[in-house]
Design a binder for this molecule. Structure first.
Ligand SMILES: [Zn+2]
Length: 434
């Protein structure tokens, strides 16, 4: 290890020791069960669930009343997955309306909590406090994922994250970035991009919004710049579309590895080097109910969420991974549960329909399209495609659409250089209908 990386490691370790005193404990605990057997993981989950339920009963007014309603007292009787499944599913609206009752801060004295705010696409902001041990498990889960790629958290890394910074914010962000050996892209300007890509040549990994990684990869490929030294390209917060990989492989030498999670539920899954997303069984229990992800956060205490409907459609797999990890496999995050598309006859179609249309096109015809759709009027759908106009492809696409919409929707095709809306999170469907 050279002097500079030794210094970076030291700064990182001192910083995390101050911020997260229990980070090491969490990390070692996660590493110790990385190759645990299926039954060991189940036992661990049941044990954590029992402790969590008892804690909720004692310290959360919301859960006290829920448990009383279903006649379960987890402080007296064993509580496992079977009992958990008696609980109603928790919606985001409840996290907002019963925010105070859900929190345990009034009754339990936490050594340290962090304030969290999530905006979310549904409009209303959710705020809550995250206890230090929970926060440490989040960080440790990410660090365990990095370790699968031979990456240390203090390694030099590039960050594709959030534009629209004020000048004061840029300065503060740069200082914080320095502490974690990170550099970041602040705009898509050619000069800024060159600087960023140059720094990538000395980095171990890059991470950020997957749509931004994709955009930058495209620009790098246009500039004929290819980076060959990265151990990991990690995509967070957004769905990773298959067509992203072609450009990132070319520009960065790696496909985008997926880290899946949410502010309320923590890290839910992390993709292993064999290409499977393993559930983070030690920190969350995931159910798939009617295609929806329902997550119980096993490490949260200050703001516990049991059976929380995350708002994503997912598919779980029964398969085994060649990497040897027995953590269940999340096959795919198929889409956000969101607004519906409205047909000419006022019939509602779930936005997931779009996912199937484009997936069919990819699977049956080997056509990978970068797409985004908007609805601004009933019965009309604006389809944005990132390619040059191609009547044959358009015809195939219309055929696929008709399988689902059966003439109940009109389509307007727009061929664009980029489907990305600058400064906005990438979404495959946006409805402007009330
Ligand atoms: Zn694996």
């Amino acid at each position: 290890m050279n002097k500079k990386s030794f210094l970076n490691k030291l700064i990182y370790l001192l910083g995390s020791k101050l911020r997260n005193p229990t980070l090491n404990i969490a990390y070692n605990s996660l590493k110790s069960t990385e190759f645990a057997s299926e039954s060991e993981l189940k036992d661990l989950q049941n044990k954590k669930l029992e402790e969590l339920a008892a804690f909720c009963y004692q310290y959360s007014d919301y859960y006290k009343s829920i448990f009383d309603t279903i006649n379960v007292n987890p402080t007296k009787k064993p509580f496992g997955i079977e009992q958990l499944q008696k609980l109603p599913i928790l919606e985001k609206s409840t996290l907002i309306s019963k925010n105070k009752e859900l929190h345990t801060l009034n009754k339990f004295d936490f050594k340290k909590v962090f304030y969290c705010e999530t905006s979310g696409s549904t409009g209303q902001a959710l705020t809550f406090y995250r206890n230090e041990e929970w926060d440490s498990f989040n960080r440790a889960s990410i660090e365990r994922g990095l370790s699968w790629y031979g990456v240390f958290p203090w390694d030099k890394n590039g960050y594709f994250w959030g534009f629209n910074f004020s000048k004061a914010k840029v300065l503060k962000t740069k200082l914080l970035d320095f502490l974690v050996n990170r550099f970041r892209l602040f705009s898509y300007s050619s000069k800024e991009l060159d600087l960023f890509l140059n720094k990538c040549k000395k980095a171990q990994y890059v991470e950020g919004y997957s749509s931004m990684i994709y955009e930058v990869a495209k620009l790098a490929n246009e500039k004929k710049i290819s980076i060959t030294n990265l151990k990991l390209v990690k995509g967070t917060s957004e769905k990773i579309y298959p067509y992203f990989h072609k450009e990132t492989l070319k520009a960065f030498g790696c496909k985008i590895v997926s880290e899946y999670g949410s502010a309320e539920s923590g890290i839910i899954a992390f993709e292993c080097p064999a290409g499977n997303m393993h559930l983070n069984e030690e920190t969350c229990y995931v159910e798939c109910i009617d295609g929806q992800a329902v997550v119980t956060n096993l490490v949260a205490r200050s703001f516990p969420t049991l059976r929380y409907a995350l708002g994503d459609y997912i598919e779980l797999s029964d398969g085994k991974c060649v990497c040897g990890r027995q953590h269940r496999i999340l096959k795919e995050v198929t889409g956000r549960i969101g607004k519906n598309l409205i047909g000419i006859s006022n019939k509602k179609f779930p936005s997931l329909t779009l996912y199937y249309v484009f997936k069919n096109l990819a699977v049956n015809f080997n056509i990978e399209l970068a797409y985004r759709c908007e609805q601004r009027a009933i019965g009309k759908l604006d389809v944005f495609l990132e390619c040059s106009p191609n009547p044959a492809v358009q015809k195939l696409l219309i055929n696929e659409f008709q399988k689902y919409f059966s003439g109940d929707m009109e389509f307007q095709f727009n061929y664009v250089d980029s489907i990305q809306v600058k400064g906005k999170k990438m979404k495959d469907f946006e409805s402007y209908l009330d």
